[in-house]
Design a protein around this ligand. Sequence first.
Ligand code: ADP
Ligand code: MG
Length: 494
Amino acid sequence: MDRTAVTTEAPKSPWGSGTPAVPACSLTDVMSEQLARQLDEESNSSCPDTTSDLMLAQILQMQFDREFDDQLRREEKKFNGDSKVSISFENYRMVHPYEDSDSSEDEVDWQDTRHDPYRAEKPQATPRKGFTGKGKNITTKHDEVTCGRKNTARMDNFAPEVHVGDGLGMDLKLSNQVFNSLKQHCSSEQRRSARLHEKKEHSTAEQAVDPRTRLLMYKMVNAGVLENINGCISTGKESVVFHADGGSLEEQPIPDEVVLKVFKTTLNEFKNRDRYIKDDYRFIDRFSKLNPRKIIRLWAEKEMHNLTRMKRAEIPCPEVVLLKKHILVMSFIGKDHVPAPKLKDAMLGSEVIKNAYYQVLHMMQQLYQECNLVHADLSEYNMLWHEGKVWLIDVSQSVEPTHPHGLEFLFRDCRNVSTFFQKRGVSEAMSVYDLFNAVTGLNIPVGAENEAEFIAEIVALEKRNEGHVQRRGKKTFQVVSEDAGPPLKPDADD
Ligand code: ADP
Ligand code: MG
C-alpha cells in the first residue's frame, strides 16, 4: 500500500502547474470505504500478492523500516560530514543490508560457498574392499579416472604458498607421475625457502645484525659494559659500526662514548680480502686451521692488535676497549653522538689542510717505522678530522711491511694521500714516489716518473723480504702476543 497516494494537497511546483493537480479530498473521503477499495484495487494491480493481511502488514513494515534506515543514513552522513574518521549507525538499521536487496548501495557479490566453482569436488572414496560396482562395471582404486581425480584433490594439501591454479573445478585428472613430480617440486621448493630464510637469519644483514650478534650486544649491555646502544653510524661492506654509551668494567675505565665495530659474518665480502690476513705471518698458523666464521674474528682481533700498536706510538686513533668474538668495542672519535667527519668531508681552510697533510705524513712514517705497519687502506675515507687532528681508523687489514705485498699496499696508500692533498691545493704535497721514499726511508730512484719501473723495484724488494721472513721462521708468530691488547674474556662456546 503506497502511503504517498494518501495526499490531501496537490504538490506545488515553482514553475507553475505542469501536471494537472490532484483534486483535494476531505478526511471523510479518505475514510470512505470506496476510497479504501479503490486503493486496494490500485495496489493489487502492481502487487498481486496482497490478499493476506499478514503479507500486507509485512510489506508495510518493510517500507517503514526502509524509510527509517534512509533517515538514519542521512543523519549518519550529516554527523560524519567530511571527517576522515566516521561513525557508523549500521547497527541501528532496521533492514539487514543483505535483506535490503532493493538498495543498490548495499548490493554484494554474493556467492554460494556451498557450490564454490574453485573448490574441487571431493572424489568418491573407494570402499575398503578396493573396488566398486559389480561384474563388468567394477572400478578398482587403481582406475585411471578415479586416481586422477584423487590426485587433483590432493593438491589441496600442498603448502599454502604453492599456487595450484583454479582449474580444480574442471574435473582435472592428474596422472600419478605428474602428481608425484609436482609433490617433489613443492617439497624441494619449501626446503629451499627454509634454507634461504635460515641463511638470512644467520648473516649480518645490510642494516641489522644477525641474532647471534644481537645476543652478544645484548650481553654487553646486560653486563654493564655498555649503558646503551644508540644507533648505527655506518654500514660498510665488511662491518657495521654502532654508537653506544660506555658503562663500566672492573679492570679498566670505559669512555663515555664508544663504538662497536661489528665485522659482518657474511663471508663473501671477506673472500677477496683473504690476502691481507692469509699472508700475514702473525696469523698464518691460525688461518689455515680455522673455519670461516672464526676467520672473521681474526679480522676483529687484527684491528685490535694494530690499534694497540698505534696507540703505543701515540698515533691518534680509537682506543680499544674490548674484543668479543667479531665485535670490537673502541673509543668514539667525535662528540655528543656526532662522529667526527671523514677527512674527505671536513671543510678545512688552506692552512689547516696543509697542517693536516704534514700530520698524515708524520703518521705514515710513525706507522711504518715505529709500529712496523702499513695501513693498506689509507685514504680520505679512513681518516677522521677531530679536535684539530687527523685520526686514523679502519686498520683491520693493515699488515707489516714484510707482508708479501706490504710495500705494494704502501705504494697504493701513498698514491691516495698524494692525490687527495694535491687535489685540495696543498702545493707542498709530495709526489707518490717521494712520499713512498719519505715514509719507508728507502731510496728507490724515480726515473722519469716511470711507475712501472718503480713498482718493479718494490716487488723485487718484497721478494728479498719474503726470503728474510721465511728464514725467521716460527719465531715471528710471537709478535701477536707481544701486541696483547686488553684481557680477553674466554668465550664459553669456543
Ligand atoms: P669499514 O671497514 O666498514 O670502512 P670503518 O672502521 O672505516 O669500517 O668504519 C666505518 C665508518 O664508521 C667510518 O668511516 C667512520 O665514519 C665511522 N667510525 C668508525 N670507527 C669510528 C670511531 N672510533 N669513532 C667514530 N666514528 C667511527
Ligand atoms: Mg673504512
